[in-house]
Design a protein. Sequence first.
Length: 711
Amino acid sequence: MVRAKRSLVWDHLTKNTFVGEHESEIKVQCKYCDGTLHYDGSTSSMMKHLRSQHKNLQLQDVDIENAGPSGSSLSTPKRQKLTDMGITTERPCNNTRKGQITDKLVSVIIENNLPIRFSESESFREFMKFVEPNYKCPCAETIRNITESKFNNVQNEIRKEMESVLYVAITTDAWTSISNDAFLAVTASYFNKNWELRKLVLATVKLQQRHTAQYLAEEIEHVVTEWNISDKISAIVHDNGANIAHVAEIVNTEYTDVSCAAHTLQLVINKAMGTDKTDSQASRLVGHFSHSVLATSELKKKQKHFESAKDETGVEEEPLSLIQYCRTRWNSIYHMLERLHKLRWSVRAVLGDSNVTKRSAMHLDLKDEMWLLMEEILPTLNLLKIANTLVCGEKYVTISDVLSIVVALFDKFSNDSEDDSAVLKDFKNALITGLNTRFINKIEESNNLYLKAMAVDPRFKDINFFFTFELRQKIYADIREEIQSNKNREQPHLDPEYKNAEVGEEEKEKQRCEEKMKTNKKELQELFGSSSESEEQVQDDEYERFLAAKKIKRSDDPISWWQVNEKKFPATAFVAKRYLGIPATSVAKKSYNFDRADIPVEELALILEYYGFNMRKKNSEDYKESVIKVLWNSTAKQLQEYFFEKYNRKFNPFSDIEFLNARAAKNAKRRKLQMDPSKRKESSSALSTDELRKIIEIWDENTPEGLQKKF
């Protein structure tokens, strides 16, 4: 008697007998793909076929018999779950796995700055239902609690690590969110016991008062006290703002102020760029494309016809966009001019096309000599970009590198070429003057901190630049004095074995020579009397041995050197951690979390059009101010993010609003009347829709004074 099929595979495959010339052969055929398999009494090959070719089959746990659909009645069926064979789409999700998934989910939310309620979104729940059907997504409250727990754990770990830290450098940066809320970010930079450079955000404080020096100092002092590092502060790094220039002295007279090197270098560039009109004219040209969707679209089309849109291999690249210059963004002047120069012919083609560009805007094209000047100053700006990039490093020592970079720029800009134009020479001279004024002449104001950092950096310890011999000796004396004063200070991570660490043969020989010199000096004292030299000078000078050690290359890593040689020079290493841990910049890369706009831009445009329509009888200046009042009071918070992302530019609403020239005659008459207040009339037509839309294109970090009252 033939037994019934017992394996689930027979629901998906059928058995057939094929008769050949000499004997018949039994094969099985798949119901889904018509594939045929040789049948030898086992279902293993059929299971493999279903598992590899039909993964989406919803199969349940069944009894599987290795003997096939027919066999001896004495065979014992073996119960086996198809989950063991990897065929089912479901799998158990116990509490341990659920906890692991939730922990990973919270990490994703934290690292990508996602909303807490991300886990409650319908699309995410559908996704998890597909990936892990038996997992129940946690609610926002659960995510919030786990996030706070993670925060507390990380904070406790940092506090524990900072207990053994010798010195901590504080950096500060004030910024404004898209919601017009002011914040002060306070970060810490230090070396841990393993000479690993750590940079952490200690606090982001919301500023509630005027940003006076005293108020900022109080907020910084509160953060320092909360983290219990008041006695470990090596310096406070900040920008060159007048309200924070001397904040370290206000917090504690023993703290040292350090100006952000990147911001200082940017001020030098901004000052030098004032020697010609390249930046302002180029910025207006880029602004035209930022305001015109048609011009931007045509620019991308024109690029396909010029070599600037192809790389060296001839492969067509994605169309590029112009970059706007922002005075507070490092290297933005270089990026604007470099991109403009690269797209020069495409830009000129668009401006020369009367079907795209109005006649009133064609004058924005730069003159030939301006394009040539742009090409001429780009190599100089590229050097400044490289310098700014170097001082903004986050994973390597930067403070000791600042003056070497400044000196290198001095050398580059001092070597004039015969082919340099008069404008380029003036530009280089302005840069040299700025570097000298803002860096070299202010070394004393920074308590010689740059030079002290060089004095404990194995790359620059000889301070071999144009600094005087007297200044170098003064720096060395300061380091020796600090080493001596630190002898009585607790050094938590220095093991006693450091003092007895083995040194190389070269150092041993030097020590033997020094011992011999001590003996000779004693004999000389007996013959000629006491010497004026102090006992400390006679004793073994560890710092002298550090200076006598072989320098490393500029491209080498001083952190790696100190990791290897700390045991040889423990007292000097103690001082090195103080100075080399100070960053050269207050903020290497600004990253803000903007609030999302709640009102569509199109709706905001209608709001302005409405107010404009009802202010016909005001003169142009009053009209412009009235529109700005409405803008700032009603729509600024929603507009700022949109236009910052789209145009990457700032816009001063009082000085930079430029009316279109569609009504040139009326505007000319209006300006003529405004020149004589006695003849000014209280009648002027309303701005056009295009002008209103242009007014919307406003970006400013601070709401102008006088516009807080509701219009």
